[in-house]
Design a protein around this ligand. Structure first.
Ligand SMILES: [Zn+2]
Length: 90
C-alpha cells in the first residue's frame, strides 16, 4: 500500500518513466484514489513538459535569421569604417 509520502518520493522517477512496472502500477492506483496526489502529479508533469518544449525549440527560425542579418550588417559597417579610416590616413 502506497502512502502520499511514498508517492511524492517516487514522483520524479514516475514522470521520468524510471520506476519499475510493479511500482508504477501502485503509483497509478494511488493517483486514482488520491485527488491531492493526482493534482500534484498533473501539475508537475505539465511543468516538465513546458520546460522540455522550450528545449526542443530554442530559437524560432525568423529570430535566428534576424540575428544573423544584424550581425552581418554590423560586421560590414565596421569593415567600411576601418576602410575609410585607412584612406584618411593616407
Ligand atoms: Zn496521495
Amino acid at each position: 500500500m502506497i502512502t502520499c509520502k511514498d508517492f511524492l518520493r517516487e514522483l520524479s522517477d514516475y514522470l521520468d518513466d524510471a520506476t519499475d512496472p510493479a511500482l508504477r502500477a501502485e503509483l497509478e492506483r494511488h493517483i486514482n484514489e488520491c485527488p491531492n496526489c493526482w493534482v500534484i502529479c498533473d501539475t508537475t508533469r505539465k511543468t516538465i513538459q513546458v520546460f522540455r518544449g522550450m528545449d526542443l525549440h530554442p530559437l524560432p527560425e525568423k529570430v535566428h535569421q534576424k540575428l544573423m542579418d544584424a550581425l552581418a550588417r554590423k560586421a560590414q559597417e565596421r569593415a567600411q569604417k576601418n576602410g575609410a579610416a585607412g584612406l584618411n590616413q593616407g
